[in-house]
Ligand binder design. Structure first.
Ligand code: G1P
Length: 280
């Protein structure tokens, strides 16, 4: 979550997506060694005065804007017991209301922020909404996959069941959960119930959502519009940097130039075995 993407850490983009969706309160589930997150979303007078000396205050304008408009709470997860467990830790901070879950290794760039897309549907359906995208079959076993009960519109589906990282042969569809959810507070009683059966074991969010469905809670999957980058892999991380650069007014031109130059040099290297050996 603190890996740099272009000129900000990944989490900065996640928080900006939330702010653009009119969400201003954040509960970050962190753990040992992640105190840089708290420091990042805090003002730093020493840095500010140094930048002021060099007339470079604009470099921290973006982050200062976030600090002024948002409120952050941090909860430490002592044992890594799964996504469900991380969500369960936030139970005391959330009243009987809908809330969003954002997984920071999924960066989503769209005309309408992904979270905003889900909020609109959650308001309309008054129910839990999960963001999904179609994935190629070879990637299915890396995701939670949705079993569809009913298609409501080209983008909206009622869910009958979720299967966490199935074998391709057992996958009920190619609709994969991507890291955004709008969740009913009822998830906490589902997690509580599951917790009693799985003491010390991983608590999956998908299992708790299934538990909610079995208790007659409506759950929908919404095919979000936008480009998603999985920055949990080296290739996904590099793609995210290039993709973000190509949308940024200051970086588009030099990055396009660089890619075009690489293309030419790349084919030159490819055609010359001597050069390939040399460069290796
Ligand atoms: C988590 C969820 C999974 C979802 C994925 C999206 O898995 O458990 O259902 O598809 O995020 O990124 P993780 O990637 O944490 O293993």
């Amino acid at each position: 979550e603190m890996l740099p993407l272009l000129n900000h850490p990944a989490l900065h983009y996640i928080v900006e997506e939330a702010l653009q969706s009119s969400v201003y309160q954040f509960i970050c589930i962190t753990s040992r060694g992640k105190s840089s997150i708290e420091d990042y979303f805090d003002s730093c007078p020493e840095l500010r005065s140094r930048l002021k000396e060099h007339q470079q205050e604009d470099l921290i304008a973006d982050i200062e804007k976030i600090i002024r408009s948002s409120q952050f709470t941090y909860i430490r997860q002592a044992d890594q017991l799964g996504l469900g467990h991380a969500v369960w830790l936030a139970r005391h901070s959330i009243q009987k209301e809908y809330f969003g879950i954002m997984l920071p290794d999924d960066i989503i760039q769209g005309k309408t922020p992904a979270l905003e897309q889900l909020i609109r549907i959650a308001r309309q359906e008054k129910a839990t909404i999960i963001a999904v995208q179609e994935v190629p079959s070879e990637c299915i076993s890396s995701y939670g996959i949705v079993d569809i009960k009913k298609q409501i519109t080209p983008h909206l589906f009622q869910v009958s069941n979720l299967v966490e990282k199935p074998d391709i042969k057992e996958a009920p569809s190619n609709l994969a959960i991507v890291g955004r959810y709008i969740m009913s507070h009822k998830i906490f009683s589902a997690l509580e119930e599951m917790q009693t059966y799985s003491v010390g074991e991983n608590l999956e969010l998908t299992d708790a959502i299934n538990n909610m469905i079995q208790n007659n809670e409506k759950v929908f999957a919404y095919k979000i519009q936008g480009i998603r980058y999985d920055i949990g892999t080296p290739v996904g991380w590099v793609k995210a940097i290039i993709g973000l650069a190509l949308q940024h007014p200051h970086f588009t031109a030099p990055i396009k130039r660089f890619l075009a130059e690489r293309e030419t040099q790349g084919s030159f290297l490819y055609n010359s075995s001597k050069n390939i050996e040399h460069s290796v």
